[in-house]
Design a protein around this ligand. Sequence first.
Ligand code: NAD
Length: 239
Amino acid sequence: MRDSYKKIVFLTGAGISAESGLATFRSENGLWNNHRVEDVATIEAYYKNPDYVHDFYNEMKPELWNAKPNKAHLAITKLQKEYPADVHIITQNVDTLHEKAKSKNIYHIHGQINQAVCMNCGQVLETWGDVTSETVCKNCQVMGMMKPNIVFFGENLLYMDKVEELLRSCDLFVSVGTSRVVFPAASFVQTAKYYGADTIEFNLEATSNNFYFDKHVMGKAGETLPKFVDGLLSKVSDS
Ligand code: NAD
């Protein structure tokens, strides 16, 4: 591992928001907030029963609206403010806790809970209110085409051109709180490593498929990440 870095890329997953009280993705029985993943997070499910899928995300909004960033989100913001490098955040999370922590350079590759996208014209609507199959697009005026701006299984990820560029050009890749079972995000570390980055993973436990990481730090991200950030910052003040 190097002593200092010029471009740092974080990949964050549901685990970084766990200490803010938000449930992570798959429990052992394959449920997400008490629903089958197949019923609420696939494009097939959305076409089959849009109202059911809308209800699921509408019901989730108040909890995500009220959630507060924790020490792990704030540590990344501190790094962005105080460390002399470009720091980017690729997040799989649909919550807005990085924004609430006042971070910048955030790429929501799986979308955002507070957005809907018109499948007719592509217009993105920002709203914490309910979106239903009767919502009318403000741009094209068509009703019933506003989909939650959540990337479902079976759909393309967002910002992939930017992500690819970041993975190829960063010198440090940091994964935080992701089980790395959801592809292609699970393979980002491989690209970063291949192009020469140091790679480090923060998770509660050892993840599978993790040989591309130079280092694993186990524990709660709210405890381990602030220490890591302070360590990087202390090397700047030493130099
Ligand atoms: P995941 O739920 O599959 O995995 C979470 C990982 O975080 C696990 O490996 C777990 O060991 C680790 N973890 C749990 N608590 C932690 C802590 N305090 N500190 C460090 N690590 C901790 O999540 P994923 O890999 O992000 O994939 C799930 C998908 O579900 C994502 O694509 C995302 O879109 C969606 N999701 C988002 C949210 C959110 O926005 N907050 C919540 C749930 C699911």
